[in-house]
Design a protein around this ligand. Structure first.
Ligand code: SF4
Length: 276
C-alpha cells in the first residue's frame, strides 16, 4: 500500500528528472530559458543543484515551488537510463498528486460514523490508482490523467463536503489580489480559487478545502490553516507567511518564510527539494 510518505520527493533517490524533463522560460520565476529534455546548467553530475541554497536570490523561484510528489524517485528506480523516464515523468507526477488527495480523503473518512459507503469507494479508488502508478514508464506515458482525475474528483468533493458541513462555497472564485485580511473562511470551499497575491493575513481558514487553489504570493501571516483540507507543499511554498502562520499537522513553514528580512544576509536553507 502506498502511504503519504511515498508521495513526497526524495531527491537523494532521483537523477534530477525535474531539472531535466520540463522546459522553462526566462520570466519572474526563472532567470533563464531551458528547453525540455535538457539538463539545467546548474544540475551537477551527481544530480544536485549547485544553486540549491540560493535559488530564490538567483531568480529561480519556479524551482522552489515545484514538487514531483515522489514521481522522480519512483521512476528512477524503474529505468536504466534517465531518458527512458522522460515521457512518463509529468504523468506520474500528476497521478501521485491525485493519489495523495485520495489517501488524505480516505484518512478523513476513516472512522466517521455513517460514511462506510464513501470510505469503500475511496478505498477502491486508491487501489485502482496504486495499480496505475505502479506501471512501467511506457504504460504511464500513455495514461490519460484527466480521465483519472474526472473519475476521482467526485469522491474528493463528496468527502470535502461531508467534512466541512455547510461552509461557504468559493470554488473557482477569482480572488486575485483580494483583500481578505481577517476573513472568516472556516470550512469554505476554495477549490481551484485564484488567490494569487490575495491578502489573507489573519484569516481563519480552519477546515477550508484548498484543492488546487492558486496561492502564489498570497499573504498568510497570522492566518490559521489548521485542519485545512488538501493543501500541498508547493502551494504553501508559493505563498508568503511567517512564524505566526498556523499550519496543518505534518506541514512546516517553508524556510524562506522565516528568513530574516530588513537587509540582513540570507541564511543557508533547505528548500522544498530537501537534498538537491
Ligand atoms: S533546481 Fe537547480 S538544477 Fe534544478 S532546474 Fe532549478 S536551478 Fe536548475
Amino acid at each position: 500500500m502506498i502511504e503519504l510518505e511515498d508521495l513526497r520527493a526524495d531527491c537523494t533517490r532521483c537523477t534530477g528528472l525535474c531539472c531535466v524533463v520540463p522546459a522553462f522560460e526566462r520570466s519572474s520565476d526563472f532567470a533563464f530559458t531551458k528547453p525540455a529534455g535538457t539538463p539545467c546548467a546548474h544540475l551537477t553530475t551527481d544530480a544536485r543543484c549547485d544553486q540549491h541554497a540560493v535559488l530564490r536570490e538567483r531568480g529561480m523561484v519556479g524551482c522552489t515551488v515545484f514538487d514531483c510528489f515522489g514521481a522522480g524517485q519512483a521512476l528512477t528506480a524503474r529505468v536504466e537510463r534517465r531518458e527512458d523516464a522522460f515521457a512518463a515523468f509529468p504523468r506520474l507526477r500528476d497521478l501521485h498528486e491525485l493519489l495523495r488527495y485520495v489517501v488524505e480523503a480516505e484518512g478523513l473518512m476513516d472512522g466517521v460514523a455513517g460514511e462506510d459507503d464513501l470510505l469503500r469507494r475511496l478505498r477502491a479508488a486508491r487501489r485502482d490508482l496504486e495499480g496505475v502508478v505502479a506501471q512501467g514508464p511506457a504504460e504511464l506515458a500513455g495514461e490519460d490523467v484527466d480521465a483519472r482525475r474526472g473519475a476521482v474528483n467526485p469522491l474528493l468533493t463528496e468527502a470535502s463536503a461531508r467534512v466541512r458541513g455547510g461552509g461557504p462555497d468559493h470554488r473557482g472564485a477569482q480572488l486575485v489580489g483580494a483583500s481578505l485580511r481577517g476573513a472568516d473562511l472556516r470550512r469554505a470551499s476554495l477549490r481551484g480559487a485564484l488567490l494569487l497575491g490575495a491578502d489573507l493575513r489573519g484569516a481563519d481558514l480552519r477546515g477550508a478545502d484548498v484543492t488546487g487553489a492558486d496561492l502564489r504570493g498570497a499573504r498568510l501571516e497570522g492566518a490559521d490553516l489548521r485542519e485545512v483540507l488538501f493543501l500541498t507543499p508547493p502551494q504553501l511554498t508559493a505563498a508568503r507567511g511567517d512564524a505566526t502562520t498556523r499550519l496543518p499537522r505534518g506541514f512546516a513553514a517553508p524556510a524562506h518564510w522565516l528568513r530574516v528580512r530588513s537587509g540582513s544576509a540570507p541564511r543557508r536553507r533547505r528548500s522544498s527539494r530537501p537534498s538537491r
